[in-house]
Design a binder for this molecule. Structure first.
Ligand SMILES: [Zn+2]
Length: 488
């Protein structure tokens, strides 16, 4: 296996990088076959390249964490991704790739690069490219709440700590480290790889993935399938069985504002048409409402796999019972069997004794595949006829099937690195850049492999305090990615 122990004692990867650029652009012969890889490995070990990705992944991830790319959701107050994008572009250029810098607004920078793959054999059509997408921005972190400074990239207790450690500078680093190693080894992927490191994922991608899909679709020409975040992580069932959740679906997003109107008036008087009261009643009903359970194909496949793994019967009429047994991942899975609508902001009034004519609330709505219209109908029933609904942002849900060669390559790569691995499909309750790339006709999966310790509450680390990633998990991810990309 490339990236094995052999290289740990080897010379510094950086030195090899620039020097071997010419080699990396040379012959592609034999790279697809097992023999080709074996010989590449032998050569790599002899020259001290193997293992560099596993070492470099930690350095790169730490470097990226130290570059503050806080995205507040507002470009005025966001740090921007420019510095991180320049770092990434330099790492790619160093191994002879030709990164493109794409800037949607000052400082809001993404990087796209194509890693040319093998040509199709004579007489066969060219294979579509594989998109690998990862975002560079992070959500804000309040240093006072953390055990270490969120942008220090400290390594402690076997973890690399910092904002972005799991969301998702870990995968940025895995992809960069592995691609750099492959280039140094002169390896050519089975098909074109298009790597994109995006700005603004955490605010819906307007300045990143959506901008790229709208303005630079040519960068993704020929891409048929893609992998990105929030999939491929382990959920330990027993010492010999870990489920690796591959994202095959993600919920749609409906950010909306509810407006109540009323008669303005003096706060000291009897007043029966108060916009604040009307809004508050609607919001309270909605906040407590549970939308009906709908078990999609993905949720059913996941629940079947989980009940099989846990050895419990899953009652199709009562999927919540099965979800309740999932422990740490219950919150992420529980919201994938129904639409949800959480009130997140309220706004009304400007003075203590003035009854305002309007009041508004922001709702974070998330819809199951095929449920976008039903959601609005259900929402209307809960809030009543008098509240106005304004759509702030609507993005459709995604769902693909869990089959085909790419899925087999994921499952096989996981099993090869973890004999206790079982790949299962699941639906993400949130959204990712996949939504923008799916618009280009790309079949998207969440696959950024990580083996996690059984007791780590992984989903709580996303946007959480003390976000951190196991160093061994990063290295595991590089090895899985290496195997996966070898046969993608
Ligand atoms: Zn993310």
């Amino acid at each position: 296996m490339i990236g094995g122990k052999g290289g740990r004692s080897a010379q510094k990867g950086e030195a090899a990088g620039g020097k071997n650029m010419a080699v990396s652009q040379a012959s592609t012969e034999g790279q697809a076959s097992a023999e080709g890889q074996a010989s590449a490995e032998g050569q790599a070990s002899a020259e001290g390249w193997a293992g560099t990705a596993e070492r470099e992944v930690v350095e790169i991830c730490r470097d990226l964490i130290r570059i503050d790319t806080t995205n507040t959701g507002d470009t005025e107050t966001s740090t921007g991704e420019r510095a991180a994008a320049e770092y990434v572009a330099a790492k790619l250029a160093e191994v002879g790739l030709k990164p493109l810098i794409r800037e949607s607004a000052p400082g809001r920078t993404s990087v796209v690069v194509r890693y040319p793959g093998q040509a199709a054999p004579m007489g066969q059509p060219a294979r579509g490219a594989l998109l690998i997408h990862a975002h560079l921005d992070v959500v804000p972190a309040n240093a006072d709440e953390w055990s270490v400074h969120p942008f220090s990239g400290e390594i402690r207790d076997g973890y690399l700590w910092g904002r972005g450690a799991v969301d998702m500078k870990d995968f940025d680093a895995m992809v960069l480290a592995l691609v750099r190693q492959w280039r140094r080894q002169g390896r050519v992927p089975p098909r074109d790889l298009v790597l994109v490191f995006t700005a603004d994922e955490e605010a819906g991608g307007e300045y990143g993935s959506q901008f790229l899909a709208n303005n630079h679709p040519g960068d993704f020409e020929g891409c048929t399938e893609g992998i990105g975040e929030v999939g491929g992580f382990s959920y330990t069932v027993s010492p010999d069985l870990r489920l690796y959740l591959i994202e095959t679906a993600e919920k749609g997003l409906d950010w909306l504002r509810l407006h109540a109107k009323g008669r303005p008036g003096h706060g000291s008087m009897i007043h029966d048409d108060n916009a604040v009261t009307a809004l508050a009643e609607a919001v309270a009903r909605l906040g407590r409402h549970r939308f009906p359970v709908v078990v999609t194909d993905t949720a059913r496949a996941f629940l079947d796999a989980v009940s099989d793994a846990l050895g419990v019967e899953f009652d199709a009429d009562n999927p919540e019972e099965a979800v309740a047994k999932l422990g740490m991942i219950a919150p992420i899975i529980g919201s994938t069997i129904r639409n949800t609508a959480n009130p997140t902001r309220l706004a009304a009034g400007y003075k203590e004794n003035v009854i305002p004519s309007r009041a508004s609330a922001t709702i974070d709505g998330r819809t199951l595949p095929g449920q976008a219209d039903a959601f609005v109908t259900q929402l209307r029933e809960v809030i009543g006829p008098d509240i106005e609904i304004e759509f702030v942002q609507r993005q459709p849900a995604l769902e693909t099937s869990f089959d085909g060669a790419l899925v087999e390559a994921m499952a096989g790569a996981l099993r090869a690195e973890d004999p206790g691995a079982r790949a299962v499909p699941y639906m993400l309750s949130g959204g990712t850049d996949a939504k923008a790339f799916a618009r280009l006709g790309i079949r998207c999966f969440g696959f950024s492999p990580l083996r996690l310790p059984p007791d780590l509450n992984f989903t709580a680390l996303f946007h959480g305090i003390d976000e951190r990633v196991p160093v061994e998990g990063l290295q595991f991810g590089v090895r899985v990615l290496d195997r996966f990309l070898s046969r993608c």
